[in-house]
Design a binder for this molecule. Structure first.
Ligand code: NAD
Length: 348
């Protein structure tokens, strides 16, 4: 790097993130991102791992999600406030940082609201590639908010899902989702109930937002051989599935110490067996074992997925010049003379 630019931090704004995605194409971005996440999950043991640090309040949660592979360090700030949509705000927003471990200097600061939707969908589809019934074409998508189109497109790009059955308690949300996905070649049905949506679906994605132990799916809705991609339950006291489903399913999670507190499995005893996704990805544990098995990816979102997303974005933004340079780090000529820098600025 140019030594005069040691203090430069690259910044990817929402505007540049959108330009980057439109240039790459959303499906291609999801596929590339899944490849990055897969590569990082294969080297799982190289990473520092810790359950995210959560600050809970009556209406939501603010979380910090750090990790490092010894060469790069990353963290994400993310919130989850389901009531935000009442006054025009989003449920989930995020930003994040990628830094150099050797110097501790940040390299990249970026919007991560869009990037989170991408990485969540890419991880879900990656898990489903190992867990969903072979040849699956139909997915029920329950909850048609901000994450929903990204989920649909990831399952199309990675698994070939081309039939969607949408349901949301807000019919307008389903209509918007269907409209947004019009040009992507899906056959789409908007369904009046969850029961109707799951009919004939080989994969069921739940991606609703409510800070409660909801019962989006009940046991009788889940037939043999289904894969459930449960995305919306990601906080203590915020779940989507009836516990009877969990007792019948083979459960795959990201990082057990975090998922046992935040995921659907918070409803189960702490020693209930689960499989770690990285082991399925590296091939040491099988994914789906039979046609009749009910598989469940209990997604909560883990820091290594954000690390992968930041690593992918840093490369793409640099290649396409889609970043700004931020004056974020104080950089005195003499590194010990921080105060002198202030005096020189005053004199100038
Ligand atoms: P959003 O508020 O934009 O959309 C949620 C949708 O769910 C809304 O359209 C709402 O009407 C619908 N909904 C609420 N209750 C419902 C019910 N009982 N039945 C059917 N639909 C219902 O939220 P979003 O950004 O799309 O996020 C969805 C969920 O995913 C949130 O709970 C969020 O915390 C979670 N999330 C998880 C991850 C992860 O990594 N697992 C990542 C991002 C978001």
């Amino acid at each position: 790097m140019d030594p005069r630019k040691l203090n430069v931090v690259r910044f990817v704004s929402v505007d540049r993130m959108m330009k980057l995605l439109l240039a790459i194409g959303v499906e291609r971005a999801l596929t590339d991102l899944a490849t990055c996440i897969e590569a990082d999950f294969r080297r799982w043991e190289q990473f520092d791992k810790t359950a995210r640090v959560a600050s809970h309040s009556p209406d939501g949660v603010i979380e910090l999600m750090p990790t490092s592979d010894g060469s790069r360090y990353a963290f994400k700030y993310v919130n989850g406030h389901p009531r935000n949509i009442r006054d025009g705000r989003q449920t989930v927003t995020a930003f994040g940082v990628l830094a150099d471990v050797e110097t501790g200097y940040p390299l990249l600061l970026t919007e991560m609201t869009i990037l989170t939707a991408l990485r969540t969908a890419a991880t879900s589809a990656l898990a489903a590639r190992h867990l969903a019934p072979r040849g699956a074409r139909t997915m029920a998508l329950i909850g048609n908010g901000a994450q929903s189109e990204f989920q649909a497109l990831a399952f199309k790009a990675l698994l070939g899902i081309d039939r969607l059955r949408l349901h949301d308690i807000d019919p307008q949300a389903s209509r918007r989702c269907a409209r947004n996905l019009e040009r992507f070649g899906f056959e789409i049905a908007i369904c009046p109930s969850v029961d109707a949506a799951v009919l004939g679906a080989e994969i069921v994605t739940t991606v609703t937002a409510d800070k409660t132990n909801a019962t989006i799916l009940t046991d009788n809705m889940v037939g043999a051989g289904i894969h459930i991609n449960a995305v919306g339950g990601d906080c203590p006291g915020k779940t989507e599935l009836h516990p009877d489903i969990l007792r019948r399913a083979s459960i795959v999670v990201e990082y057990p110490p975090q998922t046992r507190v935040e995921g659907e499995i918070q409803q189960l005893p702490p020693d209930h067996p689960v499989t770690e996704l990285w082991r399925v990805i590296e091939g040491s544990v099988p994914g789906r074992r039979s046609d009749r098995e009910i598989t469940l990816f209990d997604s909560v979102g883990f820091a290594i997925e954000d690390f992968s997303a930041l690593r992918w974005l840093a490369g793409e933004a640099a290649r396409r010049g889609l970043y700004e340079e931020l004056d974020l780090l104080a950089d005195p000529d003499d590194p010990r003379d921080l105060f002198g820098m202030l005096l020189r600025a005053e004199a100038a």
